[in-house]
Design a protein around this ligand. Structure first.
Ligand code: C2E
Ligand code: MG
Ligand code: MG
Ligand code: MG
Length: 286
């Protein structure tokens, strides 16, 4: 069968690889242009405390493509990570978020960083420069990293995290528990908070084991002085159970969806006026 194919013809496997490569090249080329054309924008998703008050926001990048509409990060971040585009993208996101933060003096802002950004020597000076240039209080910035970052270059990454923390920047461990090394990471990397992966939050209410597990995560984190965010809170029940488990902050579609800067302004203003419903996001998904 496959022997009969003869030489000079790509196997199905090779065809797949070539297609992937071509796809990557196309996205890379378009993304390079998008950064220059200003097609990248940020959506902001509020994080609230147990009483429903907004205390922070997470910046989530969006690509408003001229032909394809809004493209989610899952479709272009992996491509950016395979090239040096992630550095430009990361810098853009941080600068934009720091500029936008000025409007919301009471809130801290989370910005996602890729593992590859932390592999660069210059990451700390880049952050320092943008904080200075935008006049941002470092204590209001939380850099979100994932535990996969610990896999390689552990020592360099640790040093860079330490350097950022000594500037006052907070470090948040994203998607906590989704990988294998969550607790090990807590032991060797300096972090201020963990964001319990939404796969755990999604199971709250489906079994008592889930509640016990989340409580245990919260207890361990608190015992080592680390704050806990429950992410991916989609229902009233998940919210209630995550509060009962002792999480400090809550993020998810049930509370508020990622929204434009303009929508965030309205959202925060409504809350300050006391008119914001405690839960149930009315804004459209972005
Ligand atoms: P993440 O950092 O864990 O961000 C949370 C993701 O979960 C966001 O998806 C958000 O829209 C989504 N989400 C929030 N609440 C809920 C919920 O209740 N249910 C469900 N099902 N999902 C919820 P998004 O915006 O598509 O981002 C996906 C991932 O892309 C992020 O995961 C982050 O890892 C990455 N990302 C986003 N923006 C950036 C960025 O500026 N730089 C880098 N390096 N990565 C980014
Ligand atoms: Mg995040
Ligand atoms: Mg997350
Ligand atoms: Mg994630």
């Amino acid at each position: 069968e496959s022997k009969c194919k003869g030489r000079g013809r790509a196997t199905l496997f090779e065809e797949d690889m070539l297609r992937d490569l071509r796809q990557t090249r196309m996205v890379e080329r378009d993304l390079r242009a998008a950064i220059l054309l200003g097609e990248l924008e940020l959506a902001y998703q509020p994080l609230s405390s147990a009483d429903g008050g907004i205390v922070a926001c997470e910046a989530l990048v969006r690509w408003r493509h001229s032909l394809r509409g809004v493209i989610p990060p899952s479709e272009f971040i992996p491509v950016a990570e395979r090239t040096t585009l992630i550095d430009q993208l990361g810098e853009f996101v941080l600068r934009r978020a720091c500029c936008d933060m000025k409007e919301f003096p009471g809130l801290s802002f989370g910005v996602n960083f890729s593992a590859n950004q932390f592999k660069r020597d210059g990451v700390v000076s880049m952050v320092e420069a943008i904080l200075a240039e935008t006049g941002t209080d470092p204590r209001r910035l939380a850099i979100e990293i994932t535990e996969s970052m610990a896999m390689s270059d552990g020592e360099d990454v640790r040093k860079r995290l330490e350097a950022l923390r000594s500037l006052g920047v907070k470090i948040s461990l994203d998607d906590f528990g989704a990988g294998f090394s969550g607790f090990a990471y807590l032991q060797s990397f300096p972090v201020d908070s963990i964001k319990i992966d939404r796969s755990f939050v999604a199971k709250l209410g489906t079994s008592s084991v889930s509640s016990v597990l989340v409580s245990a995560l919260v207890n361990v984190a608190h015992a080592v002085g680390v704050n806990v965010v429950a992410e991916g809170v989609e229902t009233e029940e998940q919210h209630r159970l995550a509060v009962a488990a002792g999480a400090d902050l809550f993020q998810g579609f049930h509370l508020a969806r990622p929204m434009s800067l303009a929508a965030l302004r309205d959202h925060v203003a409504r809350q300050e006026a006391g008119g914001l419903p405690r839960s149930g996001a009315a804004s459209a998904p972005r």
